[in-house]
Design a protein around this ligand. Structure first.
Ligand code: PLP
Length: 397
């Protein structure tokens, strides 16, 4: 049996693969330190779990409307009003099986074959594949570490062609942890809006911003930004609910309708219990998020300090999410046990063999001089893992 052309061009997720490999090694008894995690290492707060139990006890186990329950849609609108002062109507909201699924729906709804989507690199590795799945063409725009890996207005302008349909802004960013200021965002997006592009704002890490930086949700820039933007977010990272699979998109009504119709024939509604739990998450106390943010903040500083103290490695202090890009260019070309480190894949693979430390090669984010380090792991693991990385670098010839 032959695989379709569309599926044969799609790559599997390397981060999920590495997570699975680390889990398997741990099960086999290896003492592996994993810096690959794409999810908070905290449990879902108890009041959210309790709400799920209550929904089960009440028998809320049937189909819901395909694009989400009216109660959850309203809770999402209320949150955007409270947090950002934005007025969304329930008809603009589609709830899906995680933010990844929301993004999948977005590209299915807005792209025609051959439409180009501009993706700043380093990028979250699913973006190009999600665009390709909708017969679109990913156009990668490199950013510079010196400019905190943020896309500039000039870089965006140069990448736009008559086929450009959309641009993705992931703020805070996975994998760089960069956070755009209001002015930076406005500068870049004025170019996009001026060319009538659709802006896809992936805000999944919106609650994980440090140093009192402001999280700017794109539609708060003004009416014309709201009209041209589809905002995607969800419960996964904010409420440590990665396994529950709830994401949502807020868009103009016609796009929401199209996504809802599409979803009604693909997955139907997202899990009913998870939807009820998400209402509790959105309406519940902020404490869980605050505690998580403070813990991440301490780890972020520790990891940053430790990395910069290792010869050949460096990183900037990121302002958001729970990742940092470790610059490995100082060790590229060196040898481990006679084998040359040609790029991020070699670095990650030799490090895993030598020291049982898992990192994600930057090549999967379009940045081969880096590896991604997640600090969604304990301080103890961070210290231990960086001791090992230090030993690995010292052993290179
Ligand atoms: C940038 C970005 N967007 C979207 C997602 C998807 O989140 P979810 O687990 O809700 O599908 C992730 C998950 O890692 C992410 O890093």
């Amino acid at each position: 049996m032959k695989v379709s052309k569309r599926c044969s061009s799609i790559l599997g997720s390397l981060t999920l693969e590495i997570t699975a490999r680390v889990k398997a090694m741990k099960t086999q008894g290896h003492d592996v330190i994993g810096f690959g995690a794409g999810e908070p290492d905290f449990g879902t707060p108890q009041w959210i779990v309790d709400a799920a139990k209550e929904a089960l006890d009440k028998g809320l186990t049937r189909y819901t409307p395909a694009s989400g329950t009216p109660e959850l849609k309203q809770a999402i609108c209320d949150r955007y009003k409270k947090k950002y002062g934005l007025e969304y109507d329930s008809a603009q909201v589609v709830v899906s099986n995680g933010a990844k699924h929301s993004l999948f729906n977005v590209f299915q709804a807005i792209l025609n074959p051959g439409d180009e989507v501009i993706i700043p690199a380093p990028y979250w590795l699913s973006y190009p594949e999600l665009v390709k799945m909708a017969d679109g063409v990913p156009v990668i725009v490199d950013t510079a570490e010196e400019y905190d890996f943020k896309m500039t207005a000039d870089a965006l302008r140069e990448a736009i062609t008559p086929r450009t349909k959309a641009v993705i802004i992931n703020n805070p960013s996975n994998p760089t942890g960069s956070v755009y200021s209001r002015d930076e965002l406005k500068n870049v997006l004025d170019v996009a809006i001026g060319r009538d592009l659709c802006v896809v704002g992936d805000d999944i890490y919106e609650e994980l911003v440090y140093d009192c930086k402001e999280m700017v949700c794109i539609p708060t820039l003004g009416e014309k930004y709201m009209e041209n933007t589809i905002v995607v977010s969800g419960a996964s990272k904010t409420y440590a609910m990665t396994g529950w699979r709830i994401g949502y998109a807020l868009s103009p009504v016609n796009i929401a309708k199209a996504m809802g119709n599409f979803q009604s024939h693909s997955t139907s509604n997202p899990n009913s219990i998870a939807q009820y739990a998400t209402i509790a998450a959105l309406n519940g106390p902020e404490k869980g998020v605050e505690d998580m943010r403070s813990a991440f903040d301490v780890r972020r500083r520790t990891m940053h300090e430790r990395i910069n103290a290792i010869e050949g490695l460096s990183c900037r202090l990121p302002s958001g999410a729970f990742y940092m890009m470790m610059n490995i260019s100082g060790v590229l070309g060196k040898k481990w046990e006679g084998r040359q480190i040609g790029g991020s894949m070699d670095f990650a693979s030799f490090l895993l063999d030598a020291q049982k430390v898992a990192v994600v090669p930057g090549i999967s984010f379009g940045a081969d001089n880096y590896v991604r380090m997640s600090y969604a792991t304990s301080l103890e693991n961070i210290e231990k893992g960086l001791d090992r990385i230090e030993a690995f670098c010292a052993s290179l010839t």
